[in-house]
Design a protein around this ligand. Structure first.
Ligand code: UT7
Length: 336
């Protein structure tokens, strides 16, 4: 098998443990039909979503992240003090700054880590994994904690049926360390971005472009906006292409991959990708029906569930494929 050029000659990196956390409150489609003009039937047929989680008032992103992190550290048999790097992927930070990763560091007692947030919207966890594993591959870091955490419910317009039914809150985390002899771990990745389409998906207000003001609050600039139909088309195209490109780069075919863990935005997007890759949908690990789209948290939560329910076995090849605002997209292959 061809090696990832960027990684040849340096250390291999594995995921040593995963964890996730979903807030207690479940919002079903029927609950939403009481708030906006929608139906369970519309949401299920158009998206595959049945329910999603909603964090409690005051339960902030760093708290979701800390719960998931503690579980990942326990699964990996690593103490918080051993963690040298924390990367949090999020579009719903606790605040503009300091970074959510620094707040997570304090919450879990990872006193020896350096910390930063990474923003690549729904692609964030895959981007963060990629960055963190390179720190380990080069020998600069021994143990890294990579987290995808979102409290999207804060940024949803609960009067907009086109967006509020799609998203949920949650967090997932993975502990990375150097591979033991014979372990392959991360094999390769590809990533891409297209800023010319930035306006199709995002939270426009609250930054330097549209600073907070009474008018911006009244306009709802601080809520998530999406041109769903156009985003859908781009998501299918970019995720299918990224999956194909990473397999080619690694000298693999889709038949070599046991599990595809995609960003979970819409069941119809995943079905379309499965058709394009000519692979049965059963090889996709799916949880969109239970959690909706959790942005950067979708992939790590699915990964943790696949690890804990026995779907993933040692030696399985796993393909992550993601797409999100920016636009950003990417795919990673690793051996579990
Ligand atoms: O995570 C980052 C990536 N995000 C995504 O990948 C999301 C991509 N987009 C999508 O998943 C889909 O485009 C949506 C699920 C957002 C929308 O599905 P769609 O099949 O593209 O529907 P649409 O936007 O074309 O809307 C069809 C109709 C419209 O009514 P008219 O204009 O045909 O009368 C909407 O007003 O459905 C209406 N509609 C709804 N009806 C009932 C939109 N939202 C709802 C709703 N309940 N919640």
């Amino acid at each position: 098998m061809a090696e990832d050029k960027q990684l040849s000659g340096i250390r291999k990196v594995v995921i040593a443990g995963t964890g996730s956390y979903l807030p207690e409150q479940i919002l079903t489609n029927h609950d939403l039909a009481k708030i906006v003009d929608t139906t369970d039937e519309w949401i299920q047929t158009r998206t595959g979503i049945r329910e999603r989680r909603r964090a409690a008032d005051g339960e902030v992103t760093s708290e979701l992240a800390a719960h998931a992190s503690r579980r990942a550290l326990e699964a990996a048999g690593v103490t918080p003090e051993e963690v040298q790097l924390i990367v949090v992927a999020t579009i719903t930070p606790d605040m503009m700054f300091p970074s959510t990763s620094c707040i997570v560091q304090d919450r879990i007692g990872a006193t020896n880590a350096f910390c930063f947030d990474l923003e690549a919207a729904c692609s964030g966890f895959q981007y963060a994994l990629d960055v963190a594993q390179r720190y380990i591959a080069t020998g600069d870091v021994e143990i890294a904690l990579v987290i995808g955490a979102e409290k999207l419910s804060t940024f949803l317009d609960w009067n907009d049926r086109a967006t509020c039914v799609l998203f949920g809150d949650g967090a997932g985390a993975a502990v990375l360390r150097p591979a033991d002899d014979g372990q392959r771990g991360f094999i390769g990745s590809v990533m891409g971005s297209d800023g010319s389409l930035a306006g199709l998906l995002g939270i426009p207000g609250g930054g330097t472009a549209l600073p907070p003001s009474i008018e911006s609050l009244q306009r709802g600039d601080h809520f998530l906006k999406m041109e769903g139909r156009e985003v859908f088309k781009q998501a299918v195209r970019c995720m299918s292409d990224a999956a194909g490109r990473v397999l080619e780069k690694c000298g693999l075919t889709i038949a070599d991959v046991k599990w595809i863990i995609p960003h979970q935005a819409n069941m119809r997007i995943m079905t379309a990708i499965a058709e394009r890759l000519d692979v049965p949908i059963e090889r996709f690990y799916l949880n969109v029906h239970r959690y909706g789209n959790m942005s950067a948290a979708s992939v790590p939560v699915a990964l943790d569930e696949a690890a804990r329910d026995g779907s993933l076995e040692s030696g399985d090849l796993v393909l992550f494929v993601v797409f999100g605002g920016g636009f950003t997209w990417g795919a990673t292959v690793l051996e579990w």
